[in-house]
Write a protein that binds this ligand. Structure first.
Ligand code: MN
Length: 257
C-alpha cells in the first residue's frame, strides 16, 4: 500500500473540470492508498467553514466533500483519518467543521513523519519562499490567531469581498516579481532538512514540480492541478499536469497522473 501526496488543486466554482478530475482520482485511488496527504491549497480560497452553507458554493463543494468522505469510508478504510491535510496559503482558514464534513484530519506544518521507512518533512511550501520578503511579512500578519479571529468575526459576504481584493493584490504583486523570488529558497530548504534531521521533504505551492537533490537529502515539489483553462489567463496555467506523488512501502517514489 502506498502513501499518496497531492496539493494545489485550487478548487472553486470556476474549476468544474478539476473538481471532476479529483472526484474520479479519489475513486480510482482509494483502494490502493494506505493514506492520502493533501499538502495545501485544496481550495482557491476559503473564508471560513460557513462556506459550506453558501447555496452557490454548495453546488460544487458538496460532491467534493462526498468524494473525500468516501475515500476514507469502508471498504476503502475503516473510519476517518485516512486523509490528512496541511493548510495552504489560500485555504489556511479551513477549520474543524470542514474537517468533519470531509472526514479529514488536519495537521500542522511542518509535519515530521516516516513514510515508507524514510523520515520525511511535509509542508505546503510557502514558508520556503524566503526571498519574497513582502509575502513573508503578509503571511506572518494573517496567520496569527488574532487576525484569524477578527477576520472570521466579519460577515460572510464581507470576508469573500476582502479575499477577492487580497487575491487581486497578490496577482498584481506577483506579476512584477522575478520567478526566482517566488520559488523556494534552496538554502532555506537545506537548513530545514538539517534542522529536522530528515532525508526527504515533500511540498507544493510553487507549481514547479521537480525532484531537487542536496547533500542533506531530497526535496520533491508537487505539481498543481488545473484542468480548467481560464480564458483570460491563457494556456500557461492549463499546461500544468495534475496528479500525485506515490511513496511505496519500500520508500521508493513515483510520480503519477
Ligand atoms: Mn500555495
Amino acid at each position: 500500500m502506498s502513501s499518496l501526496f497531492i496539493s494545489d488543486l485550487h478548487l472553486s466554482a470556476a474549476t468544474p473540470r478539476t473538481c471532476e478530475r479529483l472526484i474520479g482520482w479519489l475513486e480510482s485511488h482509494a483502494h490502493v492508498a494506505r493514506d492520502l496527504w493533501i499538502l495545501g491549497d485544496l481550495f482557491e480560497v476559503w473564508v471560513g467553514d460557513d462556506t459550506i452553507d453558501d447555496p452557490l458554493e454548495r453546488e460544487w463543494l458538496e460532491p467534493i466533500l462526498r468524494a473525500l468522505r468516501a475515500f476514507s469510508a469502508p471498504p476503502n478504510a475503516c473510519g476517518p483519518g485516512k486523509i490528512r491535510l496541511i493548510r495552504g496559503n489560500r485555504d489556511f482558514l479551513l477549520g474543524a467543521r470542514f474537517a468533519q464534513s470531509a472526514a479529514i484530519t488536519m495537521i500542522d506544518e511542518p509535519a515530521e513523519v516516516t513514510i515508507g521507512g524514510v523520515p520525511t518533512l511535509l509542508l505546503h511550501g510557502d514558508t520556503l519562499c524566503t526571498d519574497d520578503v513582502a509575502y513573508q511579512a503578509f503571511r506572518q500578519e494573517v496567520r496569527t490567531p488574532q487576525w484569524n479571529a477578527a477576520f472570521l468575526a466579519r460577515p460572510y459576504a464581507e470576508r469573500r469581498a476582502i479575499a477577492a481584493q487580497m487575491r487581486d493584490a497578490s496577482r498584481a504583486a506577483g506579476a512584477t516579481k522575478a520567478a526566482a523570488i517566488t520559488d523556494a529558497n534552496p538554502t532555506e530548504a537545506q537548513a530545514l532538512l538539517t534542522q529536522h534531521g530528515v532525508r526527504r521533504m515533500i511540498h507544493g505551492h510553487t507549481h514547479r514540480p521537480a525532484r531537487h537533490q542536496y547533500p542533506q537529502g531530497e526535496r520533491f515539489v508537487l505539481t498543481d492541478w488545473d484542468f480548467d483553462v481560464p480564458l483570460d489567463e491563457g494556456c500557461a496555467i492549463g499546461a500544468t499536469r495534475g496528479g500525485g506523488l506515490w511513496v511505496q512501502a519500500d520508500g521508493s517514489v513515483h510520480q503519477s497522473i
